[in-house]
Design a protein around this ligand. Structure first.
Ligand code: NAD
Length: 454
């Protein structure tokens, strides 16, 4: 069997490796470096820089832990160089894994021509046509921008450009208080940059639990990040003082002046040049239309990850790739399960300081009567010992049978702790089941047990 996979981000390359491990011949086409947005200009470089920011903050607070660290100074160029080294190391790892005898990696731009045929304009010149039994499209997304005057001025940048800044700006105005906007705001603030955030919606992180969003906003505010919600950005102007971003809030015209403006207003599927129409594949501006098996309107052609809309997360893309592959390996059934992957249970984390994380339904999303249980990190022994007591845990469960439906965390290491609740929801566990699980003491994950105990 042969499969062509277009795009070598976490969706594409992980699916390629899994397919090859199952004995399938794979052609993987990549127009950029392997690892895609996540590894090269998203999750990984951001986390590397966030670690530098965390170390910097920790050293500044060293005296409160009884440690004399002397004068503390940020070397921004060194932090950037470390980030590059982390990315290079991981990318080399992926490149090594892809040197599998059943995987052919083609560097170039692919377009669909018919159901089983993919044309690749090679980076080295020339074109090839690749025939396969199945095609999986995993071409990801691109940063969206606002159609406002000044959006294309020099100094108005995307998250990709923040990750390759040569010097730390004195001030940044972030447009959009979603995941990218807040992670970048938190990181830049830790590095010592003056940060203002403008958000169109009444709350930050509009798709998250409202309690969580409010507490995170307060916490970031205490750190000196100015956040204006319900702010409608109108235009950006270049002035001798810097970039002036004008917005309307409660019918009042306001503005923020900053050295750089970071546009973080979402991402859109990279539908670009793939030739969907010619291939007869149904798409909307939100992404390629797929069924529960990630199959497009053309049987045998699949779309996974950001290109299919939905949760734009690396781990979603990987899980969707496994679903597509399982569908192929089980003979492409028309209905019924092909695996036990729960594509509806997606943990997500925001790597601010402190972190936030979520899985399952928010209270507002539940259509049945629910019970809400809470606990606070200030009552957690490990958090107090660490000096990181800001945060809480909220579990949403069915009032009728105690089935856990969602969990919303804000506090130290939330991104790691959330995984326990993802496992519980995936197995339809109840609050009673959770209370029956011994949690090691003293650990941050006891915050989950404390919430369940009420
Ligand atoms: P997002 O959708 O999370 O947030 C965009 C924000 O911009 C929203 O709050 C929205 O209300 C706001 N906005 C839109 N128009 C605006 C306007 N005119 N003025 C002011 N604000 C406006 O998008 P994002 O933060 O750009 O992230 C893109 C995708 O990448 C998301 O799907 C996100 O989940 C994913 N991502 C995930 C992680 C992670 O898992 N840690 C990290 C980065 C990105």
């Amino acid at each position: 069997m042969k499969i062509t996979i277009i795009g070598a981000g976490p969706g594409g390359y992980e699916t390629a490796l899994e397919a090859a491990a199952k004995g399938i011949e794979v052609t993987l086409v990549s127009s950029g470096p392997v690892g895609g947005t996540c590894l090269n200009e998203g999750c990984i470089p951001t986390k590397a820089l966030l670690r530098s920011a965390e170390v910097y903050e920790t050293v500044k607070e060293a005296a409160s832990f009884g440690v004399e660290a002397g004068e503390c100074r940020l070397d921004f160029a060194a932090a950037m160089a470390r980030k590059d080294a982390v990315v290079d190391q991981l990318r080399s790892g992926v490149e090594f894994l892809l040197k599998h005898k059943l995987i052919t990696l083609l560097r170039g731009k692919a377009s669909l021509c018919g159901k089983n045929n993919v044309r690749v304009a090679l980076d080295e010149g020339g074109e090839v046509n690749v025939e396969a039994d199945y095609v999986i499209i995993a071409t990801g997304s691109v940063a969206a921008s606002l159609p406002i005057p000044g959006a294309d001025l020099p100094g108005v940048i995307s998250s990709k450009e923040v990750l390759s800044l040569e010097a730390l700006p004195k001030s940044v105005c972030v447009i959009g208080a979603g995941v990218i906007g807040l992670e970048m705001a938190s990181m830049l603030n830790s590095f010592g940059c003056e940060v203002s955030v403008l958000e169109y919606c009444p709350d930050i992180l509009p798709r998250f639990d409202t309690d969580l969003a409010k507490r995170l906003k307060q916490s970031l505010g205490k750190r000196g990040i100015s956040i204006e919600t319900s702010a409608q950005v109108k235009y950006i102007e270049a002035t001798p003082e810097g970039l002036v971003t004008s917005y309307v809030r409660k019918e009042k015209e306001c503005s923020v002046t900053a050295e750089k403006v970071l546009m973080a207003v979402g991402r859109r599927p990279a539908l670009g040049s793939l030739n969907f129409e010619e291939a007869g594949i149904a798409v909307t501006p939100k992404g390629v239309i797929v069924d529960a098996y990630m199959q497009t309107s053309v049987p045998g052609v699949y779309a996974i990850g950001d290109i299919a809309g939905g949760y734009m997360l690396a781990h979603t893309a990987t899980a969707q790739g496994r679903r597509a592959l399982n569908h192929i390996l089980t003979g492409c059934p028309k209905d019924g399960p092909v695996d036990s992957i729960r594509l509806d249970v997606v943990p997500a984390a925001v790597f601010t300081r402190p972190e936030a994380a979520t899985v399952g339904l928010t209270e507002d999303e539940c259509k049945i009567p629910v019970k809400v249980c809470k606990s606070f990190f200030r009552a957690n022994g490990k958090a107090v010992a660490m000096g990181e007591t800001d945060g809480f845990c909220k579990i949403v469960a069915s009032e009728e049978d105690g089935r856990i439906l969602g969990c919303h965390l804000f506090g130290p290491h939330s991104s790691d702790i959330i995984q326990e609740v993802a496992a519980l929801i995936t197995r339809d566990a109840t609050l009673k089941d959770l209370k029956g699980i011994i949690h090691a003491h003293p650990t941050l994950s006891e915050v989950i047990l404390s919430a369940a105990r009420g």
